[in-house]
Write a protein of this length. Structure first.
Ligand SMILES: Cc1cc2nc3c(=O)[nH]c(=O)nc-3n(C[C@H](O)[C@H](O)[C@H](O)COP(=O)(O)OP(=O)(O)OC[C@H]3O[C@@H](n4cnc5c(N)ncnc54)[C@H](O)[C@@H]3O)c2cc1C
Ligand code: SF4
Length: 403
């Protein structure tokens, strides 16, 4: 570990030194130079400031050495509403199985709620070694305090090496709170996970607006925690046989308390999200005006799919934010995706490049979307899309006539 030491007697022109820091981490307080939390240890102030004004000092690392052998197993948090398991859970179990096999660790599922006896058996069809179940009335509805206590209790008793959590509305609250509670690291929205032989989880995710893929490790802390969005990993096939065991757990009464009273849970009106669609037609900036979206809507409807879009469509106020694909939107994995007037930026592609079949329509033959498309249609969407619609309708007519 290193820290910066300031020698106030050598600072000289304080304003000049402050101006050196590109991160605004140097400031003047009561006539003295101070370093704030924005410091990135870039050392510009050390190298370019007056000699000896700011120096780097090695500090002793007082953290107790981590015995990684004490932490075993890859655990998956079971995301559910009223016992109905979110499919991201199965995807994470599949990934956990793959990671665990590299280091000879077991796979666990952690299930908290009320009246779960049937649902926890279902998990045994997906290759978990054990399902730890906290089945208590007070856990009927998700409350952040009680559920964080569940995770903490599980971590203290089971000592899993890694915990994978779905990046759902619940997971996005629960994972960071738990990580802070047990003082460990968390990588949000991982797109790739791997395991090194020393049980360090290799957590990879886009960073700096998708321009780089950051590889993040948590070598000095356990458990290692990561969230992963729905449809990033592949769910294993359900086996007919059950395997593994169910381990009932009990959270002490005082840890079940929540400052929130859930009075009623009202289901939202059902809507098909773009993540759940097998066919998507995507509108990009190549669409000239809002009314032209109807053309793409018609194509989507003919194919039994929905209309999605790139970010500029949201910024223009033409479409709902729930329909945006990409890094700051949704991740989709449809069987067929047809992009219309989409350039294929890294931020967009990160949300759809796992689609089974990608058809791209773009006037620019050098557009980046053509590098990931399986079928490249170079041309004007205003000619190609009506042509496609006409062809589909004509074919439907033939089928309807029984030919
Ligand atoms: C941190 C960050 C996060 C971001 N997150 C997202 C995200 O989640 N999702 C997202 O989409 N973007 C995101 N962006 C924005 C992203 O960088 C791009 O600006 C955006 O994806 C471009 O959208 P587009 O392809 O529709 O538009 P453009 O890049 O402008 O591309 C339009 C394309 O249409 C083609 N075209 C024009 N006319 C026609 C026509 N008549 N027929 C056929 N083709 C035509 C052009 O050749 C061009 O390739 C993010 C950016 C940042 C910095
Ligand atoms: S090390 Fe870099 S970031 Fe930190 S105070 Fe000096 S110039 Fe600023």
């Amino acid at each position: 570990m290193e820290k910066l030491i300031i020698d106030q007697t050598k600072v000289g022109d304080i304003k000049k030194l402050i101006a050196l820091c590109p991160f605004h981490a140097l400031e003047e307080r009561d006539g003295k130079l101070e370093i704030n939390a924005a410091c990135k240890m870039c050392r510009l102030c050390v190298k370019q400031g007056p000699a000896g004004a700011v120096t780097v000092q090695e500090t002793e690392d007082r953290r107790p050495a981590l015995d990684k052998d004490q932490w075993r197993g890859i655990a998956v948090y079971v995301d559910h509403v009223d016992g109905e398991i979110h499919p991201v859970t199965y995807e994470l179990i599949g990934k956990a199985r793959e990671l665990a096999s590299k280091i000879g660790h077991p796979v666990y599922a952690l299930f908290a709620g009320s009246g779960l006896s049937e649902q926890c058996r279902e998990l045994l069809h997906y290759g978990v070694d054990a399902v730890y179940v906290y089945d208590q009335n007070a856990l009927e509805h998700f409350t952040i305090e009680a559920y964080t206590n569940v995770l903490e209790d599980f971590i203290e008793n089971v000592k899993p090496s890694s915990i994978l959590v779905g990046a759902t509305t619940v997971g996005r609250q629960l994972a960071p709170r738990t990580a802070a509670r047990v003082k460990t690291g968390l990588t949000a929205d991982c797109t790739i996970l791997d395991m090194s032989p020393d049980t360090d989880l290799i957590q990879i995710r886009p960073a700096f607006g998708g321009n780089i893929m950051a590889q993040i490790h948590t070598p000095d802390h356990r458990p290692q925690m990561a969230t992963v969005r729905y449809k990033i990993m592949t769910a294993p096939t359900r086996s007919e046989e059950e395997s593994g065991e169910i381990i009932p757990c009990l959270l002490p009464e005082k840890k079940l308390h929540s400052n929130l009273d859930v009075l009623e849970v009202l289901p939202k009106a059902p809507e098909t999200s773009i993540e759940a669609c097998d066919v998507l037609v995507v509108a990009g900036r190549g669409v000239k005006k809002e009314g032209d979206l109807d053309l793409l809507r018609e194509l989507a409807a003919l194919l039994g799919g929905q209309l999605a879009c790139t970010r500029p469509m949201i910024e223009a106020g033409w479409m709902d934010a729930k329909r945006q694909i990409g890094l700051s939107g949704r991740t989709v994995r449809p069987k067929l995706i047809i992009t219309c007037g989409v350039s294929g930026s890294v931020q967009f592609a990160a949300g759809m490049n796992n689609a089974d079949h990608i058809v791209a329509i773009n006037t620019d033959e050098k557009a980046a979307i053509f590098r990931i498309a399986h079928c490249c249609l170079v041309g004007d969407l205003y000619e190609i899309v009506p042509g496609l619609i006409a062809k589909i309708k004509a074919n439907r007519g033939l089928y309807h006539d029984g030919i």
